[in-house]
Design a protein around this ligand. Structure first.
Ligand SMILES: [Zn+2]
Length: 284
């Protein structure tokens, strides 16, 4: 409610001027953002990519450890098998009959097979370990490169931000202050038009008898209405809010200025009426 009250106290002319000033400030803010360009997005993308790589590296390192554990387990199994083989061979020296000897031989054969199987598994794990190591190296190199890129972009962004932050903060403050003086309905319209317009312009002056946003001609009567500042006019082609190009000047002052200009023009005309016509004739 407070907002509406403030706005109700403003005349149409004052509202138009507020919108015009708001547009000027918001355009300045946009310029600063354009200067920063895609950098904030690029920094964000790189940060995301690096985070993804870190997760991947962690997974690979776990995989690496798992493989190492598996190899060491198989080595232990081989060790156990060798101990058993040694034990069986010693027992063979003390057998009472051939049947006992053959049974032990079978046990030894079985343990030898176990060892072979373990060795095969170890070869497989080692192969995998190699692969994981290679991938890990690549990922680490990748993350190093990306971190360098990020540092560069980060510094670039920081220096641009440092240069413009104060200005942007000040402009944002001004924009907010003016916004608060404009009635909500009008402000919403402004924001909506600005969002739809490619150049971010919602309030444009009439220039050379045309809309300053879409450059379509505006009929003289409408131009007069706009100049009188009695109501809020929008361009019938692009929907932008139209203001007099001298909106910053109060109407009375502007009228005085135009009157003076008219008198000066008439005086100048009165001083050299013939020369002008002859010159035109000569030119032809
Ligand atoms: Zn227009």
């Amino acid at each position: 409610m407070a907002k509406a009250k403030v706005s109700n106290e403003l005349s149409v002319e004052e509202r138009l001027r507020a919108l015009y000033n708001l547009q000027k400030i918001d355009s300045e803010i946009t310029k600063i953002k354009i200067l920063r360009g895609e950098l904030p997005l690029e920094v964000q993308d790189l940060e995301d990519e690096i985070a993804g790589l870190q997760t991947r590296i962690e997974k690979l390192e776990t995989e690496l450890k798992d493989n190492e554990t598996a190899i060491s387990n198989k080595n232990n199994e081989i060790e156990d098998a060798r101990v058993l083989i040694k034990k069986y061979e010693e027992q063979q020296d003390n057998v009472r009959n051939n049947r006992e000897f053959d049974a032990l031989t079978k046990e030894v054969e079985f343990q030898n097979l176990e060892i072979e199987l373990c060795e095969k598994k170890i070869r497989e794990f080692k192969f995998k370990l190699d692969e994981v190591n290679k991938t890990l190296e690549k990922a680490k190199q990748f993350i190093e490169d990306r971190t360098k890129d990020l540092d560069l972009k980060h510094n670039e962004l920081e220096s641009i931000t440092k240069e413009t932050q104060k200005e942007e903060d000040e402009l944002t403050k001004q924009s907010k202050r003016i916004s608060e003086s404009v009635e909500e309905r009008l402000l919403n319209a402004y924001t909506r038009i600005r969002g739809n317009a490619r150049n971010g312009l919602a309030v444009v002056p009439v220039e050379r008898n045309a809309c300053g946003g879409c450059f379509n001609k505006i009929p003289p009567q409408r131009q007069l209405d706009i100049r009188m500042r009695n109501k809020i006019s929008v361009c019938e082609y692009c929907g932008r809010i139209l203001v007099d190009k001298d909106i910053e000047m109060p109407l009375e002052e502007l009228e005085k200025k135009l009157e003076l200009e008219r008198i000066a023009a008439e005086e100048a005309k009165a001083k050299r009426p013939k020369r002008k016509t002859t010159r035109v004739k000569k030119a032809k």
